[in-house]
Design a protein around this ligand. Sequence first.
Ligand SMILES: [Zn+2]
Length: 183
Amino acid sequence: MQTSNQNIHPAFFFRRAPSAFASLKGDSAHPMLFGSVLFYEHPQGTLVAVELRGLPTASTPCSSPVFALHIHEGGLCSGNASDPFAQAGAHYNPQNCPHPYHAGDLPPIFSAGGQAFSAFLTDRFTVREVTGRTVILHALPDDFSTQPAGGAGRKIACGEILGRERVLAQYKSQNQSAKALLF
Ligand SMILES: [Zn+2]
């Protein structure tokens, strides 16, 4: 039997506080790239809302950028000179599936003049399962076939997925707007 929540338009859920939150920042080549990803528990799985600004823009017609987006298994947006987000690790893939059937494979991001917004419902993971992992934005589109990562190119932005408690603790004394976001 369906729960009554499944008959409610998913946008209704965005009026609630998210259960987890990732703040994305670009790498050194994309210092103006910022964004956030909000995760909401839903009877059918997880609702995800993505917002980005400062994305690379098109220089010619027919080249409006598309950026692959994935949840990676690692929990840290740190790394080394050649891969500044190496600690994010590989795509989150607890069932050992091929790409693009990894639990962490997400719809790609379409840029609108350097900004983007995307929202979707997925049953590939719960909020709890991805809290403590990372969201990675890539330089190239996801081709949904190349193994193991869709030919998505370099990692250009990363955000650590924090549960509500950690977000509140982090911003408690310095940023009231984060508190407003969560409650
Ligand atoms: Zn994948």
